[in-house]
Design a protein around this ligand. Structure first.
Ligand SMILES: [Zn+2]
Length: 51
């Protein structure tokens, strides 16, 4: 999976909800461009570590 979470379309979010849950929880990173969160920086385009 090379696509970042930021690139997911609404349709993909709905169809891959289980996978999405694994990516966003627990959320350690925040994308400062798209305001999305993930447990790994690789899922975000401009990921920054949450404190
Ligand atoms: Zn992003």
């Amino acid at each position: 999976m090379s696509k970042t979470l930021c690139e997911w379309k609404k349709k993909e979010i709905e169809s891959k909800l289980t996978q999405l849950t694994d990516i966003v929880s627990p959320s350690h990173y925040l994308c400062k461009k798209c305001a999305r969160t993930a447990n790994d920086k690789k899922y975000l385009c401009k990921g920054i570590k949450l404190k």
